[in-house]
Design a protein around this ligand. Sequence first.
Ligand SMILES: O=C(CO)COP(=O)(O)O
Length: 258
Amino acid sequence: MSTRTPLMAGNWKMNLNHLEAIAHVQKLAFALNDKDYDHVEVAVLPPFTDLRSVQTLVDGDKLKIKYGAQDISAHESGAYTGEISGSMLAKLKCTYVAVGHSERRQYHGESDELCNTKVKAAFQHGLTPILCVGEGLDVRKAGEQVPHTLAQLAGGLKDVPAEQAETIVIAYEPVWAIGTGEVATPEDAQEVCGAIRGRLAELYSKELADKVRIQYGGSVKASNVAAIMAQPDVDGALVGGAALDADEFVKIVRFRDQ
Ligand SMILES: O=C(CO)COP(=O)(O)O
């Protein structure tokens, strides 16, 4: 029996301004009750411009919802126009930061090397990286999803010490299943999430691998979350579109009831 607490995280992507963010988090806070948090952790990853508003709400009302950013600069500070540093995110009491989301890799050319620097920057500031990995459709069609994803995993974790790596969250997000309505089957998700855990055991130790939470992401909704969560190596979901609907996201958090 796994002792890993599932992490249900909403990646809002470039949606919801800071006023909408407040309304959305208030809806989540109103709908979720203490019991919901007994067996699951809930987090939102809003745009940078929303973080201060979300922090004020979470702090002020002592909410159990955690929050984080969708990206982090590889740099510390200085002349890096448009970048947001780890220390800025830590100052806003972010818990999580997504690193290497496929949309960053695809549209902003982020390499495994850059993701590795960002993972280290996150740890340096006490943030927990959610390292996103996963294959595109061409790789899936060639049957190369496991080696492809494991190479991204190893690249992102290069030279990351065990005491940090054991706290990381890995999000397996097959690119062909993101925003397409095309959800991977629970068996597809398990195949790669299981392989990720196996590689973590090789890179570090079995004990460490057993502690790391591995999320699945890609068209997760209330109607498919339970089957995905039933897989032994899936420890949560990174939810895009469905996280923008508070009622739907609450149902995802309550995956045991679905
Ligand atoms: O990219 C995702 C989460 O990071 C998944 O997005 P969708 O849930 O919209 O497919």
